[in-house]
Design a protein around this ligand. Structure first.
Ligand SMILES: [Zn+2]
Length: 166
């Protein structure tokens, strides 16, 4: 079967995203903005530059807003997230939300996509560890034993951001 990138609205991801926006300090700017984000799922096994893409945050161009009344989409490529725990899925969506950039110019909100070379992404790695996206046997996962407090070196963070493609 053709591996088409057909996307559908996903209420589960929307609920996770909404909760993160409401509760995470670092997402305050989204919370206080007019920006609308649509959460989607796709069965596409997306690969980019030889890397598996777990998820993607995209800005909707003005010319498409007649059909898609949103400012951003966050798409989870589900076949590429098989084995993710609920926690990993939430971290993934958290990561995608950090791509949402809001600037203010002449009193108006300007939207764009944050690149990875940003301090904000360090937050995810500092909080969840640099291997948060590795798939393990869910039965063996024990987040309470994970070393979430360890301080990552800049080199570890750089390596993690280099292998990340989402
Ligand atoms: Zn990313």
């Amino acid at each position: 079967m053709a591996d088409k990138d057909r996307r559908t609205i996903n209420e589960q991801y929307a609920a996770i995203g909404q909760r993160l926006i409401e509760t995470e300090e670092i997402l305050e700017q989204i919370r206080n903005s007019q920006a609308t984000i649509v959460f989607l799922s796709s069965q596409h096994k997306k690969i980019e530059s030889g890397k598996v893409v777990h998820a993607q945050c995209e800005k909707i161009q003005d010319k498409y807003k007649w059909g898609l009344p949103a400012d951003f989409t966050i798409t989870v490529f589900e076949p590429n997230c098989i084995g993710f725990t609920q926690e990993q899925l939430e971290i993934l969506i958290f990561h995608e939300l950090l791509h949402v950039r809001i600037d203010y110019k002449d009193g108006e909100e300007k939207y764009s996509i944050n690149p990875h070379d940003l301090e904000d992404f360090r937050y995810i790695i500092d909080r969840f560890g640099s291997h948060w996206d590795e798939v393990k046997d869910p039965n063996e996962m024990d987040f309470s034993k994970m070393d979430l407090e360890s301080v990552n070196t800049d080199e570890q963070i750089k390596q993690n951001l280099d292998h990340l493609n989402c």
